[in-house]
Design a protein. Sequence first.
Length: 98
Amino acid sequence: MKLLMIGLLVLGSCAVSKTKLSRGGKKVKVLGQAKNSECQVIDKVVGENEKGIDALAQNHARNLAADIGGDALYFDEMVSNGHMVKAHATVYQCSEED
């Protein structure tokens, strides 16, 4: 029984961790407009949340942006499908790297 409880706690923490802002995700700036002449497009990401919470899907997208070296993103579209919500975003590199 204890092993089952520990397993459930570990699984629960994994599910939360992708929507909790990481250290890098906190540094990713959310842009108000898609095009910025001072920024280079890196890639597109899709943040997800299975509970239908937009802010958590956006957190996931910010974490993904940080993981690929982005320092800014613009949310292109929010898509809800039942309980699943997806935050489609364009990732940018705006600051000069050292």
